[in-house]
Design a protein. Structure first.
Ligand code: NDP
Ligand code: 2IT
Length: 450
């Protein structure tokens, strides 16, 4: 039996029911096989067994009071997965689907993503099964305060630095930061994604979406193509989707879709970004509101999606940017994308494509940018925020944006060169996983058995 299967069997026995984590682990373990076979150092040092085991996992009760004065209870998570390259770094997700396996898959992905940036960042992730939908601002604040009342003792600007993810944006980061400061009497860069008036970095809000588009442009340029004039499919309508759409317009592309958990919009004239921001960032509403102002757009509810598929991937286009959530792009969707003429898929979300969908992309020779590389602009800009906080400076929008562009270019080049080194130039799954793994594994070996 191969070491991949042996490792997965062992994980399934010791951590049952964590399917997303096995999926993420299988992809990395299979990708790095050529390196493991070539260089015995990694097996000799038992690096794989060490890497799949988190350094620390925190699971705690979050007790808070709702607007009716009822006591509510949620689960709180923080996984401190790997600190070989720097303080634990990764977002917090507040969504009812959050469980230990979801946090573990996200934390595992984060290790390699952060390594790819070339910046001093370890891997971590956290969150809660708290559902922010329908909750008042006061409830959100009390929940964030209760969550931080436990987590604060495990954080620090050189220990563990959370940020946003699904359900956690600038508002939540503000409440979390306020409570951290109250409990510790310390004003430090312990969270990123802060408001720019009190320690945040310009471009952090835009960084994941902008970064995914910069990555796609680099990838397409390497194939003598560009985004200019391309029709693009985008899923999601949160932070990553909005700023993907914004940058696509800036580079001359035409984004024609977006989605949320209830349905999707297809607007062949191009998504009205100002309206979408108003609905999602200001009103926190549903996409159904979009067609009230644009009757020429189409709205499809989730109940009308194809079985085992997502309608957003079934419209004609040349590029696709999954920017909502894990496993939102299935084999059925991948077939539709390829048939409809898509030549580029770049992942703003974490693990949005199923393993079968990825196989189809690679077989078809698509320009495929895996999430670990394509969405690393968010965490990379978080590190730029940490650097500004540590030096008590603030850089201009242009300065941060230039750095982000260079980081995305460097991630593409490293992934591309690593894939070529192993004789599979077009396979960025292999390139990103080997490049990320090598950087973390080498640091672990140099730091000894800790
Ligand atoms: P937001 O909460 O801002 O937006 C999430 C979007 O995805 C919303 O439109 C939401 O719809 C939709 N969505 C969430 N869960 C589901 C689901 N189960 N089914 C269908 N739609 C869903 O989150 P972000 O934009 O920050 O995150 C999007 C993705 O990008 C995630 O995979 C995240 O891990 C990843 N990511 C985020 C980074 C960041 O900096 N924020 C950095 C790197 C990756 P609705 O509002 O109806 O729930
Ligand atoms: O998945 C991710 O990279 C994020 N949610 C952002 C992490 C961060 O620390 O900025």
């Amino acid at each position: 039996m191969s070491y991949v299967q042996t490792t997965l069997d062992r994980l399934q026995a010791s951590s049952p029911g964590q399917n997303e984590f096995y999926q993420a682990a299988r992809e990395v373990l299979e990708s790095i096989r050529p390196l493991i076979e070539k260089d015995p150092l990694y097996s000799d040092q038992n690096i794989i067994e060490r890497l799949v085991e988190p350094e620390r996992q925190l699971l705690f009760r979050v007790t808070w009071q709702d607007d009716q004065n009822r006591i509510q209870v949620n689960k709180g998570f923080r996984i401190q997965f790997n600190s070989a390259l720097g303080p634990y770094k990764g977002g917090l997700r507040f969504h009812p689907s959050v469980n230990a396996g979801i946090i573990k898959f996200l934390g595992f992905e984060q290790i390699f993503k952060n390594a790819l940036t070339g910046l001093p960042l370890g891997g971590g992730k956290g969150g809660s099964d708290f559902n922010p939908k329908g909750r008042s601002d006061a409830e959100i604040m009390r929940f964030c305060q209760a969550y931080m009342s436990e987590l604060y003792r495990h954080l620090g600007s050189t220990t563990d630095v959370p940020a946003g993810d699904i359900g956690v944006g600038a508002r939540e980061i503000g409440y979390l930061f306020g409570q951290y400061k109250r409990l510790t009497a310390s004003y430090e860069g312990v969270l990123t994604g802060k408001n720019i008036n009190w320690g945040g970095s310009l471009v952090r809000k835009e960084a994941t979406g902008y970064g995914a588009v910069y990555f796609a442009e680099n990838l397409l340029n390497s194939r003598n193509e560009s985004l200019d004039g391309k029709t693009c499919l985008v899923s999601g309508s949160g932070n990553v989707a909005l700023y993907t759409i914004e940058k696509l317009y800036q580079l001359g592309a035409l984004p024609v879709t977006c989605s949320d958990s209830r349905g999707c919009i297809y607007h062949d004239r191009g998504i009205d970004l100002a309206l979408l921001k108003e609905i999602k960032e200001v009103r926190r509403g549903s996409l159904e509101e979009y067609i009230q102002q644009h009757p020429d757009a189409r709205y499809l509810a989730v109940k009308d999606y194809p079985q085992r598929g997502h309608a957003v991937w079934h419209f004609p286009a040349q590029a696709a940017f999954p920017s909502a959530t894990q496993n939102e792009l299935t084999a059925l969707d991948a077939k539709a994308l390829i048939q409809n003429g898509v030549i580029c898929v770049c992942e703003g979300a974490n693990m949005p494509s199923t393993a079968a969908a990825i196989d189809l992309f690679l077989e078809a020779g698509l320009a495929y940018g895996p999430g670990k590389a394509a969405n690393a602009g968010g965490v990379a800009t978080s590190q730029l925020e940490m650097a500004q906080n540590a030096s008590m400076t603030q850089w201009s929008f242009d300065e941060v944006d230039q750095r982000l562009q260079k980081i995305m270019r460097d991630i593409f080049t490293l992934s591309h060169q690593t894939a070529a080194e192993f004789g599979q130039e077009k396979n960025l799954v292999l390139g990103t996983n080997i490049a990320g793994f090598r950087r973390v594994a080498n640091a672990m070996i140099q730091q000894g058995a800790v």
